[in-house]
Design a protein. Structure first.
Length: 539
């Protein structure tokens, strides 16, 4: 398998595509105006403690306070508070050989789907929810790390369990657990890495060995760890000097974090079309793993890099609702406020005796494509899939097993339930940031993202109701009506136009003013003499 990372850079954005045998499998967008926040560490101030919703709101200097759920208040919180109070006592914890902690960054997380109740994004699932109300008080300083980007009107989500990711390992300050990535399957290699980790680990810290550490030397791991320890020491010093809210640690940009987390030995090439970004990537790789430098190449052709690698046409498919399947069927992906709904449709009619077989074939194709689309679009939260009905229970089990197999390729945490008798399957996928569709698009100013506009006949009905109220309470007998030309055309239709009928019926002279810049959904009434907008006065 030929795996490549292709980076397209412009003055406004960086786009990073990961392909396997020329097929797009991962896509990232780096927005300067929407800087990546996952992994950032802040010195915050407790703004509110709300036991009713089991949450604490932390002021970190952003528009919205950070949301800290009780389940995300780690066992290390007291130690971090002591550190801020310059308490130098060491933790008495011991190494947990069985621990397999995960990093907070989605690009480093690997879990297997489990046959259990799915994890809801509202996080009512965590067993730690049973813990008592934490000893946090309004105005108190606290060290937190962002684990989820802000989405729409929601602020960032954070945790008090700090983790600092590097190339080969993740440092867990004030923890004593040692874990090895579950993607390293070889028992001897896991044992070797665990032994190395325990040998180089500083006191009062835990460590996670990442997948990229496989077959690496002790010197490489030790060098990476020293770099992370230095970051943590600097962070502690800054925390004692600054007043909250303050940013203590800024994680890497999306582009460089992809290189850190996903540029592994199985990647044959990294292509970059910007000299500046090419040097930045090379300098970073020179620091973390010089042996991979010869795989980084500057793309010098005049043709846009994404066109040359046929990435653009694959990205266009990410934006559409409908995705075609090989056998003629298709899936439709709909985003709602509460969940994402995916409908599976068969495009061809099959004879009844073959209906079950054809439905199974389409559902299996849909399963593979759904997993691919969730990963590409970075869709998280609750997902409900409406598969084509299957009568045989064994066939339903095949769909579940196929999804389970395909989700093993996904780095996000996944949980799902078996298919119901109605052909529905419930899935939850770890949500860390806005999905690709949200990050690359904005809501239409006319329809507010609904995709629907009020019918012209309804708007004319509203205008007449406005005139009825004005007829009773209004004073001026001369008005100006400002509308979009499309609505103006409807008002002027007919032998005797609707506008003329309104003037005769309500004894008012109306001057129609059409403007292209006006929202087609709106209308405005102004007094002709003064030009004062009186629309809301009679609504």
């Amino acid at each position: 398998m030929n795996k490549e990372i292709i980076i397209s850079s412009s003055t406004s954005q960086n786009h990073v595509a990961i392909t396997e045998d020329s097929n797009l499998v991962d896509f990232f967008v780096d927005h300067p105006e929407k800087r990546r926040m996952v992994g950032d560490v802040f010195l915050g101030k407790v703004a509110r403690v709300l036991p009713g919703i089991r949450a604490v709101f932390i002021d970190i200097g952003l528009k919205h306070d950070a949301f800290l759920h009780f389940s995300d208040i780690g066992d290390r919180t007291d130690a971090l508070k002591d550190m801020l109070d310059e308490d130098e006592e060491a933790d008495d914890g011991t190494d947990d050989d069985e621990a397999e902690p995960q990093t907070q960054d989605q690009t480093t997380t690997q879990t297997q789907p489990q046959e259990q109740k799915p994890v809801r994004d509202k996080d009512k699932h965590d067993h730690r929810e049973q813990r008592q109300i934490p000893k946090l008080h309004k105005g108190e300083s606290i060290l937190i790390q962002i684990i989820k980007e802000p989405v729409k009107d929601k602020g960032v989500r954070c945790t008090s369990s700090i983790s600092i990711p590097g190339r080969f390992c993740v440092l867990l300050p004030l923890d004593n657990k040692v874990g090895v990535s579950k993607k390293i399957y070889d028992f001897k290699e896991r044992k070797r890495l665990r032994r190395i980790a325990k040998g180089i680990l500083p006191s009062n810290c835990g460590l996670i060995i990442r997948t990229a550490a496989k077959d690496q030397t002790e010197e490489a791991l030790s060098g990476d760890l020293r770099y992370l320890v230095k970051i943590w020491e600097d962070m502690q010093e800054d925390a004692k000097k600054q007043k909250p809210p303050a940013l203590l640690y800024k994680d890497l940009s999306t582009t460089i974090s992809v290189i850190r987390d996903l540029f592994t030995p199985d990647v044959s090439k990294v292509f970059v079309d910007s000299k500046k970004l090419y040097k930045e990537v090379r300098n970073y790789v020179q620091f973390i793993q010089p042996g991979l430098l010869d795989r980084i190449e500057l793309f010098k052709q005049d043709e846009p890099i994404f066109e040359a690698f046929k990435i653009d046409e694959q990205i266009k498919g990410l934006m559409g609702r409908k995705v075609s399947l090989p056998s003629g069927g298709h899936i439709v992906i709909e985003h709602t406020e509460a969940m994402v709904v995916i409908d599976v449709n068969s495009g061809r009619y099959a004879a009844k005796k073959e209906q079950e077989l054809n439905s199974l074939k389409t559902d299996l194709e849909a399963s593979r494509e759904i997993v691919r689309q969730l990963r590409l679009r970075d869709i998280g939260g609750l997902i409900v899939v409406d598969f084509i009905d299957l009568e045989d229970e064994r066939n339903r089990k095949k769909i579940y097993d196929e999804l389970k197999k395909e989700f093993k390729k996904d780095r996000a945490k996944i949980a799902m339930l078996p298919m119901t008798e109605f052909g529905l399957m419930q899935i939850t996928r770890q949500r860390i940031r806005e999905n690709i569709v949200q990050s690359m698009n904005e809501a239409c100013p006319y329809c507010a993202g609904t995709g629907l506009l009020t019918k012209k006949s309804n708007l004319i009905h509203e205008i007449e109701h406005w005139l009825k109220r004005y007829y009773v309470e209004g004073k001026s007998k001369s008005l100006t009506l400002k509308v979009h030309p499309s609505l103006g055309l409807k008002l002027k239709e007919g032998f005797i136009s609707r506008l003329s009928k309104f003037q005769l019926k309500y004894f008012v002279k109306i001057k129609l003013q059409e403007e292209e810049k006006i929202n087609p959904q709106n209308y405005y009434f102004l007094t002709t003499k003064t030009g004062k907008d009186i629309t809301n006065d009679f609504n």
